[in-house]
Write a protein that binds this ligand. Sequence first.
Ligand code: HEC
Ligand code: HEC
Length: 180
Amino acid sequence: MSKRKSNLIKLSFAMAAAILAASISLGTTTSAAQQDLPEGKGAELARDKCVTCHEADVIVAQRLSRQGWTREVEKMIRWGAPVSDSEKEVLVDYFAAHFKPRSAVTQPTAGDSQGKQIFEEKCLVCHEADLTQQQRLSRPGWTREVEKMIRWGAAVTDAEKGPLVDYLSRNFGPRPLNNR
Ligand code: HEC
Ligand code: HEC
């Protein structure tokens, strides 16, 4: 392995450790931390590879499409999860089967119906909701993101932008970790 690559790996380990330490010190452990992964093909492998740096709860809380799980597993590999190519397939199959999206949007807040409707009509055209649900952005961040999607072709009118950004920032605002 080249020196540069091994330095890069060391760096990503340090980064992962720092993030993990930050989230532990914030006391993110809840009763959900006791949750185990459901049985099924791939469950053993998932416990072996994925419940080492963190508990199963961060996984169980996600609802992603197959694409979303592929991205997530690849991200964890970049962060240091020791997963081979063939194991990656098994893991993605397992997570995609057990933790698929329930509906377009999880737990909408009351008063969101207009923004939610715009989101479902205008934002789920080119990709699934998971790309959006994975983001945690501030209000200015969501305004920028919606404007970017409009430039990329989303058919959102000026009048729809306000309720849509309201909806997105209320449901997918920054996690406490990002506020520090
Ligand atoms: C080398 C350590 C490490 C391993 C191994 C690991 N993770 Fe993670 N994972 C992290 C860190 C660090 C975070 C972010 C901190 C947190 O939220 O607790 C995280 C967060 C997550 C999240 C929350 C969403 C996100 O992206 O922040 C999911 C889902 C997840 N991991 C899934 C997995 C899966 C699936 C595997 C097995 C392929 C895995 N993890 C293996 C370090 C690891
Ligand atoms: C015309 C097609 C199209 C529409 C409509 C669309 N998007 Fe996207 N969006 C994309 C593409 C292409 C990507 C990047 C693909 C990828 O990363 O897999 C993307 C990526 C994203 C991402 C990930 C972060 C990023 O910027 O790459 C978010 C969040 C997102 N879209 C939100 C939205 C929202 C909210 C709407 C509704 C206003 C929307 N999208 C409508 C094409 C679209």
